[in-house]
Write a protein that binds this ligand. Structure first.
Ligand SMILES: Nc1ncnc2c1ncn2[C@@H]1O[C@H](COP(=O)(O)OP(=O)(O)OP(=O)(O)O)[C@@H](O)[C@H]1O
Length: 656
């Protein structure tokens, strides 16, 4: 193919930037929804539009808009999903005072901070509504309001009373905030959505500051905020123009609207990006097929355009490996290595033989199992389900109550050599850095006594942390005994409490929050200390293991997607149902009849996201409850050709 033809095919989206610039500079400007599929280069499109709208790249109508914005002291607001995306866009835009880029949390806080009376009213109203809803739901159950439920309801009441007493609310979008008046991330989004819908002054302020708001990953943007903004953008010329960028095929969080394209007003423009610049043709064909699949149990429309690969990306390798989910975790790991070796042979890439591929698993629990930190992870989930696992947005720090384990003790452990010797200089620096030397006694004798006490505790800590069998409790004992670090009161109280863990609730049985947290603490103290290091690596995103949700927006040369519903637990997703190893369940059929979202819908989207991360080669590993049924279904589908699906050989011990 000639160079001209290649470039013509690759440039099929070239007009979209100018098209969008046209919508934003028309009189009155027109809101738009940009369908931008996986790997379509939506960030590049966004940045190019912004450059033209703010006079960085010469553009006649863009230049006029830039002058108007400047005269009135206004700016275009870009809302992205992650801080990483903020940095990428800012980096490409350079210094530009006509554009503000931030996450939705920072955007919301900028709007509401300081309006303490309004925030209080919003939070009380939201909690009150939650209380009423939960009370009514519990009362309607056959057993009525149980004691455990009553405790939860009392907690909501206590939250309401606590909000009423707060004068000044504090918050930081980049980290957890503590102390009086501290707001959680969710509170800020909820309060902003409530205030935007209930306070006209806030609407006016918003339009006055940012007449144009562009929202990236809009399919996952919190419904309440999006609804409010979409209503202010109507009718056209109302003072706010919205640009929503998104791909409904990639919606994987529950915050967003289930079918955003159908909510977009007909008066809006709907430009499209048709290219996939990321992946080789074989991978692009597969993701097109996945999205168009007519599978039993699917309710979501197959709306959206087919993507086109770049002309020069004409290759790519895809394989589906099917094995038996009843194998032991160890056998599965061996099986997955066997699959990687098959990939090495099929693709000719040594990366597969050297472990240089990204392994994506369905759920955190599956990753924790593969990564040998399941006890640590499961305990953290019980202690704080909202912050135990890394998420696609924001920072991943783990539960607040255990921070000393994840930070101070991790740093102290780094001062202990392989032979157990302690680098005292380094250790002193750790204590200094955490402000633990500030309260050393003035008196020389007492000071020496305290130093000695600390040294003993550090030796005991070092010995315990080097013992591969040591539990978190054993490592923590000397630390807490000598008060080496400031510790969250919840941790010290839980440690002092020597009562046994409450029993695991039976299926369907409700458990109070207090019991759940206590079980978490007991589990954590009994966990092997060595698991915490693996957990920390995973939280920090430095692991070659990642869950599907977390890799949103990323790309990797070679990807292995591990699908193992049994280990993942939960019933939100089921790959085995998609591939035919498991039949639809009762609730799937009920949802289907009601036209409600099904497991199939959610799993198809997750599969779409994971497969579209791969640039060169993609291995799908399905651990199925019924490999024969799955293989039959796969043979009938047009997703893979015959040589592309492979039964995982067992035993595969030859690779050991
Ligand atoms: N016009 C282009 N020409 C060549 N390469 C491009 C172009 N646009 C994007 N790319 C490349 O294609 C890849 C995908 O781009 P990008 O990550 O911006 O896509 P995206 O739309 O954000 O995808 P996703 O929604 O799947 O995360 C990147 O490697 C990027 O550098």
């Amino acid at each position: 193919m000639s160079a001209v033809a290649i470039s013509a095919n690759n440039e099929r989206d070239a007009g979209v930037v100018e098209e969008i610039c046209g919508y934003l500079t028309e009189e009155p400007p027109r809101s738009y929804f940009l369908f931008a599929g996986a790997g379509s280069g939506k960030t590049r499109t966004l940045v190019e539009v912004l450059r033209r709208m703010t006079g960085v790249v010469e553009h006649e109508s863009g230049g006029r808009l830039a002058r108007r914005l400047r005269i009135y002291g206004r700016s275009i607001r870009v809302v992205t999903y992650t801080k990483n995306a903020v940095a990428v866009i800012n980096g490409r835009l350079g210094d530009n005072d006509l554009i503000g880029v931030s996450t939705i949390h920072a955007f919301c806080w900028e709007l509401i901070s300081g309006f303490n009376d309004d925030i209080r009213e919003a939070l009380v109203a939201i909690k009150q509504a939650q209380l009423e809803k939960e009370t009514a739901e519990a009362a309607a159950r056959p057993r009525g309001i149980t004691a455990a439920k009553q405790r939860d309801l009392d907690e909501i009441k206590a939250d309401i009373e606590a909000f009423k007493l707060i004068d000044v609310f504090i918050y930081n979008p980049d980290r957890e905030t503590h102390g009086a008046g501290a707001l959680a991330h969710k509170h800020v989004l909820d309060a902003t959505a409530w205030l935007l819908q209930n306070r006209s002054t806030l609407q006016t302020i918003l339009k006055d500051r940012h007449p144009i708001i562009l929202i990236d990953e809009s399919q996952d943007t919190m419904k309440g905020i999006l609804d409010a903004l979409m209503s202010f953008a109507e009718p056209r010329g109302a003072g706010l123009t919205l640009g929503l960028l998104g791909d409904h095929r990639q919606r994987i969080y529950t915050d967003g609207h289930s079918d955003l394209p159908s909510l977009v007003p007909v008066s809006w423009a709907t430009p499209e990006l048709q290219m996939n610049h990321r992946s080789q043709r074989r991978i692009v064909t597969l993701i097109n097929r996945i999205w168009e699949a007519e599978i039993e149990g699917r309710t979501q429309p197959a709306s959206g355009i087919q993507q086109h690969p770049r002309t020069e990306k004409a290759g790519g390798v895809v394989r589906l490996f099917v094995g038996d989910t009843s194998l032991s975790p160890k056998d599965k790991v061996v099986g997955e290595r066997w699959c990687a070796d098959q990939m090495r042979q099929a693709s000719g890439s040594d990366a597969w033989g050297q472990g240089q591929y990204q392994l994506l698993a369905l759920e955190h629990k599956l990753v924790a199992t593969r990564g040998s930190f399941l006890d640590a992870y499961s305990s953290m989930v019980l202690i704080d389900p909202n912050s135990a696992a890394p998420t696609g947005s924001g920072e991943n720090k783990g539960p607040t109550a255990v921070q000393v384990l994840l930070n101070e003790l991790a740093q102290l452990e780094a001062c202990v050599g392989a032979d157990g010797a302690i680098d005292e200089l380094m250790a002193t620096e750790v204590f200094r850095c955490f402000g633990c030397l500030e309260n050393m006694p003035e008196n020389e004798a007492e000071r020496a006594k305290r130093s000695d006490e600390m040294r003993q505790a550090i030796f005991a800590f070092a010995a315990a942390s080097k013992n591969p069998e040591a539990t978190v409790e054993q490592v923590l004992t000397p630390i807490l005994g000598a008060n080496l670090f400031e510790v969250d009161h919840r941790l010290s109280e839980a440690f002092a409490d020597k009562s046994p863990a409450p029993p695991v609730p039976a299926r369907g049985e409700e458990e109070s929050k207090t019991d759940r947290i206590r079980r978490g603490w007991c589990g954590l103290f009994a966990t092997q200390w060595s698991q915490l290091q693996k957990y920390r690596t995973y939280l920090a995103g430095n692991s070659v293991l990642a869950t599907h949700q977390v890799v949103k927006g990323s790309e990797f040369l070679h990807v292995m997607v591990v699908m193992d519903d049994k280990v993942a637990g939960g019933n939100k997703f089921s790959y085995d149902k998609i591939f035919g190893g498991v039949q639809l369940g009762k609730s799937d059929r009920e949802n289907l009849e009601k036209g409600k979202e099904t497991t199939i819908d959610r799993t198809l989207r997750l599969l779409y996201v994971t497969c579209s991360r791969a640039q060169e080669s993609l291995a799908l590993v399905l651990w199925s409850s019924d490999p024969v049924a799955a293989l039959n279904r796969i043979t009938e589908s047009d997703w893979f050709s015959e040589h592309e699906f492979v039964v995982i050989q067992h035993p595969v011990a030859s690779l050991n």
